[in-house]
Design a protein around this ligand. Structure first.
Ligand code: HEM
Length: 266
C-alpha cells in the first residue's frame, strides 16, 4: 500500500484510543462505582498476559538459537512485568468486600478462571492440563491458541535442549520427553545443574532467572489468594470452584523443581 493511503499517525488513531475507551461496559445498575476498576484491572491484566506470551515466544526462539545473553535480557523484561502484575493486586485490595458485593452478582460465571491467556502462560511454563482444553468452545480463538501451546515444548524443555547443546549430558529421555506431561524432579538433571552452578557462571545466571520466574509466579498466586480471602472469605468463586480453598491448593508448587532441589547441595 502506498504511503499516502494511510492517514498520518496520531496518538488517537495509532493506539485506537476511541475503541479502547469504549471497551469498559459495566453490567450493574447505576452503575456501581467500583465495577469500572474491576473491569479495567482485568483488561490491563489481559494486555500484560498478551505481552508476556509475546516475550516468552521470543525467549524460546532465543534459547533455540543458543542466544543465552539475549534470552536472559528478555527474561529480565518478563520478570519486570511480573512484578507489575503482582503490584496491581494492591489496587484491587483498596476495594472492600461490600464494594465488591455491590456488583458481584452481575458477573454470573465470569472469573479469571476462564482466562485462556493465563492458561496459555501456564502451559508454556509446564502446567498443562487436558481438562482445561475441554472448558473452551470448539472453534474459538482461545481453544486454537491453547491446543497449540499444549502440544508445544515448555520453557523447561527449551532450557534442557539448550543445555544439551552447551555440551551437558542431558539424558535423551529428557530431551524427547512427552511435553504434555508435568515436569518431574530428576536426580540426573540435578547433578547437571550443580555442575552448571559450580563452574559455568553464564548458564548459572540463566538458571537464576528461571528461579526468579518460578518465584514470581508463585508470588502472584499467593497474593491473589490472599486478596480473594480478604474480599470474599470462604464464599465459592464465580467460576464455580470452592474459591480460596481451591486457590490455596495451587500455591507453593514449583514450576522447575530441580532448580529448587539443588539448593541444599550447592
Ligand atoms: C475482587 C477481585 C477478585 C476475586 C474476588 C477473585 C476471585 C477468584 C476466585 C474465587 C478464583 C477461583 C476460581 C473461581 O471459582 O472463580 C479465581 C481464579 C482466578 N483469578 Fe481471580 N479474583 C479476583 C481478581 C482477579 C484478577 C484481577 C485477575 C487477573 C487476571 C484474576 C485472575 C484469576 C486467575 C488467572 C484465576 C485462575 C487461577 C487458577 O486456576 O490457578 N483474578 N479468582
Amino acid at each position: 500500500m502506498s504511503e499516502d493511503t494511510h492517514p498520518a499517525a496520531t496518538y488517537q488513531n495509532y493506539l485506537r484510543i476511541d475503541e479502547l475507551l469504549s471497551l469498559q461496559q459495566p453490567r450493574s445498575v447505576g452503575p456501581e462505582h467500583d465495577e469500572t476498576l474491576f473491569i479495567i484491572i482485568h483488561q490491563v491484566y489481559e494486555l500484560w498476559f498478551k505481552e508476556l506470551l509475546h516475550e516468552f515466544d521470543r525467549v524460546m526462539q532465543l534459547l533455540e538459537a543458543d542466544e543465552s545473553h539475549r534470552s536472559q535480557h528478555t527474561l529480565k523484561r518478563i520478570l519486570t512485568i511480573l512484578k507489575v502484575l503482582v503490584a496491581q493486586l494492591d489496587i484491587l485490595e483498596t476495594m472492600t468486600p461490600l464494594e465488591f458485593l455491590s456488583f458481584r452478582d452481575r458477573l454470573d460465571a465470569a472469573s479469571g478462571f476462564q482466562s485462556d491467556q493465563f492458561r496459555q502462560l501456564e502451559f508454556l511454563l509446564g502446567v498443562k492440563s487436558e481438562q482445561v482444553l475441554g472448558r473452551f468452545a470448539a472453534g474459538s480463538r482461545a481453544l486454537a491458541a491453547l491446543e497449540r501451546r499444549y502440544s508445544a515444548p515448555t520453557i523447561w524443555d527449551a532450557f534442557l535442549r539448550y543445555l544439551s547443546r552447551e555440551r551437558y549430558d542431558v539424558p535423551h529421555s529428557h530431551l524427547a520427553r512427552d511435553v504434555t506431561a508435568p515436569v518431574e524432579p530428576s536426580p540426573e538433571i540435578q547433578r547437571i545443574l550443580i555442575r552448571v552452578y559450580r563452574g559455568d557462571p553464564k548458564n548459572a545466571e540463566l538458571c537464576e532467572r528461571l528461579v526468579d520466574l518460578d518465584e514470581g509466579i508463585q508470588e502472584w498466586r499467593y497474593r491473589h489468594v490472599k486478596m480473594v480471602e480478604r474480599t470474599i472469605g470462604t464464599r465459592r468463586g464465580t467460576g464455580g470452584s470452592a474459591g480460596a480453598a481451591y486457590l490455596k491448593e495451587t500455591v507453593g508448587h514449583p514450576l522447575f523443581p530441580d532448580l529448587w532441589a539443588i539448593r541444599a547441595d550447592l
